[in-house]
Design a protein around this ligand. Sequence first.
Ligand code: IFM
Length: 450
Amino acid sequence: MSSNNAPNRKDFPADFRWGVSTSSFQIEGAGREDGKGESIWDRFCSEPGRIRDGSNGLVACDHYHLFPQDLDMAKQLGVNAYRFSIAWPRILPNGRGAVNEAGLAFYDRLVDGMLERGLDPWCTLYHWDLPQALQEQGGWTSRDTVAAFLEYTDVVTRRLGDRVKHWITHNEPWCSCMMGYWEGVHAPGGTSLADGMQACHHVLLSHGQAIPLIRKNSGGAKVGITLSLHPISAASDSPEDLAAARRHDGLRNRWFLDPLFGRGYPADTLELLGAAAPKVQPGDLNDIAAATDFLGVNYYFPEMVADDPQGSHSPMRARLVDREGVERTGFGWEVSPQGLVDLLTRIQRDYNPAVIQLTENGSTFEDVLTPEGRVHDTQRLSYLQRHLAALKQAVDAGVPVKGYFAWSLLDNFEWAEGYLRRFGIAYVDYPTQRRILKDSGLWYGQFLNE
Ligand code: IFM
């Protein structure tokens, strides 16, 4: 099953963290159980045409009820860390105010289940399922949502902070804000650039302001944020394309990294945004730059861009160009293990974080369940092996990556694509909810148990 140049676990430092990654809305289901409130994704799914297969997250992988077997499977794989997220509307069904004890009790059970199995819980506070009640008041475009996030963070970290010692404030602000408030493809479906930028600012602010609170409630915890980042190249060596690549990098990567690392928003990007730039209050940038313990990086694919003088695709006057003749995933994303090396070395060179955690990496392909009950996902297996080899290359080059979390343990609800895209290393047969480790999952288990 394993190719000749597949890496070996022993090639990595002995204390390297090996995990799997999941998120609440994508797997939990139990959408209307035990007092859970409505989230923006519940609402988005109910709007015709938003989700490609017309599905929703009401049942998903039914992890809410089946989590013991999912944790068993993670343990059996041999991972030592399990990344999950909390559904804010389970805890505070109206976003603020009344706390739903049943929601907290579920995460008690989940976290205790991890600890019983020797899995270190890595908790993401926000993986996109904002309470709909807060959206009614503007969602992340409203500064009040920052205060609401702090209230929610306080409740969760006071309850779980004795057992959870790794916290991620936000997952991929680009997706929750830009795809959700500007590009209109994610909940809540907004289409205003200014709203997207304002939402981003509030998300980053809520991250920074949550850090001291988490540290207070969870003694000794390690805290960070996870960004979706892309290595970016120019479509040609022309000065125009090179400048477009730099501009695109400004919005895609530097917009998040610069303020988190204390440099404020990039001046070139701010200038191009013009009136769409966010409103920033005195002290905000200082809060956003709160010291963290690690930077979470999610890597999927590189981007190539060309000059777009009319700015018809982006305010950065850059348009995405498909590199020809390259391997692609089922989503059409370019497969580039070298992109991972390039990205990690660039982050180290330009920002020098003390610790990087690769909190997501994975691929979607058409999977076939054979009559014998196997899934021979050769392409995903190869993707995994080659990205681990690239990771080793980065570690050997001195990049301080300390952990890898495969996205995802299970096939799940892939947002606007519904259940059409399978990212799991375990196949989920949705009608029966049976889980079947794919060849990629079986190999990951072998690798981990070497
Ligand atoms: O499924 C998503 C996840 O929720 C966030 N990162 C990217 C994954 C694949 O698209």
